[in-house]
Design a protein around this ligand. Structure first.
Ligand code: 13P
Ligand code: SF4
Length: 298
């Protein structure tokens, strides 16, 4: 079985497999750790292994390499990008800095290495408010996600200057989907990711990162949930809560890039060394600083 082959290769190479909750079930099942972006960054920094095989999109594997430069970090499928991460450039950040010279730049980890390198600090969806509040600046330039930026603005007195980026997967879910899902499942709680548009976030019973959504559903006394994030989270949700029912807010909530990784890709990484991440030394240190700063904020 391919799973046995992966287990044997992992042992031989002293490798660990890190996977995001949006990965296919069979990938989550062979991973040593499955998590949200923040937990995966922490694991990548702390894990004791020679090799990390990352099952997720490029910015996640890139962050793992920045945080663990002495390890071999491989992306299982090198074609798995994140369209939101490609929306902002270092030039965009420079222009925003010129317009708002007193502002600090907080960059969502769903971004390129170049953009991280010109930022003051990174954040994820689970710590964005905390990161913004940790800074002395009264003005914050928030890139690239305008939806997460406007969600953060609700919890702080600081002025949040957003960029016009968005996640194409979460951004195509509308209040009409909420109305239809509520009608179909009137007793269910609606749990959504802050990458969703404002009207959807406003209508939710809980807003959080993938890990926070999974934790909320587990702890809730409720028995039915409408899930407003990528459908990969159904796998841990159903496994951990066999007595509860989960419904997708919309069948549009599928990230095509997260679905590119196959078990064969993982074998190719471990067997042939395909997918090793190399980061331009000119930007690596500055980008890593933005990530390490984020991990220092309690
Ligand atoms: P999380 O950090 O919540 O896992 O989100 C990552 C992501 O890409 C959301 O679209
Ligand atoms: Fe990027 Fe959206 Fe896919 Fe997350 S779900 S990886 S933000 S495209």
């Amino acid at each position: 079985m391919i799973q046995d082959r992966i287990a044997e290769l992992k042992k031989r190479k002293n490798a660990v497999i890190l996977a995001h909750f949006y990965q296919m079930p069979e990938i989550q099942d062979i991973a040593d750790f499955v998590g949200d972006s923040l937990e995966l960054s922490r694991r990548a920094r702390d894990v004791d292994a020679d090799v990390i095989v990352f099952c997720g999109v490029w910015f996640m594997a890139g962050s793992a390499k920045l945080l663990s430069p002495s390890k071999i970090v491989m992306i299982a499928n090198g074609e798995a990008g994140c369209p939101m991460a490609d929306m902002a450039t270092a030039g965009d950040v420079a222009r925003l800095r010129e317009m708002h010279p007193k502002a600090a730049v907080v960059t969502y980890v769903n971004s390129s290495v170049e953009v991280k390198a010109v930022s003051d600090i990174c954040c994820t969806s689970s710590n964005a408010v905390r990161i913004v509040e940790s800074l002395p600046n009264a003005e914050i330039i928030f890139v690239p996600d305008r939806n997460l930026g406007s969600y953060v603005a609700r919890f702080t007195d600081k002025k949040i200057i957003t960029f016009n980026g968005y996640c194409p997967t979460h951004h195509r879910v509308f209040i009409e989907h909420v109305d239809a899902a509520r009608r179909a499942q009137p007793n269910a709680e609606l749990l959504v990711h802050p990458e969703c548009v404002r009207e959807v976030v406003d209508a939710a019973d809980f807003v959080g990162s993938t890990a926070q959504i999974i934790a909320y559903a587990g702890a809730s006394s409720g028995k039915e949930f409408i899930i407003g994030t990528e459908e990969g989270v159904l796998h841990p949700l159903k496994r951990q809560n066999p007595d509860k029912r989960f419904y997708m807010l919309s069948d549009r909530l599928i990230c095509p890039n997260m679905k590119k990784t196959s078990l064969e890709d993982v074998v190719a990484c471990l067997e042939e060394g395909v997918g090793a991440i190399e980061i331009d030394p000119g930007t690596a240190d500055a980008a890593a600083t933005s990530l390490f700063r984020m991990l220092e904020v309690k």
